[in-house]
Design a protein around this ligand. Sequence first.
Ligand code: PMT
Length: 311
Amino acid sequence: MAETELSTEFPKPDGITRWTEVMVSFTAKLGAQGRRVVLVTSGGTKVPLEARAVRFLDNFSSGRRGATSAEAFLAAGYGVLFLYRSRSAFPFAHRFPPQTWLSALRPSGPAQSGRLCLEADEKALPGFAAALQSYQDAAAAGTFLAVEFTTLTEYLHLLQAAAQALNPLGPSAMFYLAAAVSDFYVPVSEMPQHKIPSSGGPLQITMKMVPKMLSPLVKDWAPKAFIISFKLETDPSIVIDRARNALEVYRHQVVVANILESKQSFVVIVTKDSETKLLLSEEEVEKGIEIEEKIVDNLQSQHTAFICDKN
Ligand code: PMT
């Protein structure tokens, strides 16, 4: 799908040119250092039902998969471009919702020379100092860039812009498409201007299918990159077939298959000629190990083999 084609159905959001520049310069700098870069998409897209939108179609995605995976990719030495739904889980912060630190952090004295003095009982915020340190290390090294989306339209344009930024890295670029993107939308031309009145009785709307971006991504936007899509189902008996079907249709490298109820502890990594089950044992859960560490470990090895094969 060409840029003009995308813009016809989904008008360009404000600020897209500026974000494209920021992403291009982020990836070019890391590419010049010989670093691999991964685009992690995360969270769900929001679809407005009205032009002056009061109501939206949204989905369940919390962004936890993307946020935890971004941390694992940074630990593995990747540069991470994190394209995430505004206010969804954020790397290094998502384990600490406000109610944890609002009660644990206390002023330890008056501010001195503009410096805020805070203290906390270490046991009240386990892992907090380490998370802060990891985030600040990534920020100082320039290996992490977060870009926000809310609506489907913003997501689609930012994905295309991110692909433009990562494409020059060839096989060293990875796309890790964990976002839950809406399959349906109301075209701008068919949207009511104002709030749909409830006085009209039950609502009937017809939504159009959103084009799957995997197709232009694999064929045109970043044809040399290592591309991973996700497949979520609620029926375990169909998920592997759906994952295989996606590999056949789009011809990318990997699908991570997961089931809604078990997505935190079990996934299957599906490729053209393999199926690898990744499972967290109870012991691993107790130790605080997360399934994303195993997913990223597996994909990193596959990415290394992919790069060797292309060189
Ligand atoms: O965020 P969490 O709560 O932690 O949950 C994580 C998750 C369950 C959302 C994640 O693990 C996951 O499975 N994400 C993909 C959900 C899905 O099944 O998407 P899909 O079947 O609609 O799309 C398949 C793939 O194509 C996805 O990688 C998607 O990013 C991509 N896609 C989808 C639509 C579209 N128009 N263009 C796309 O490229």
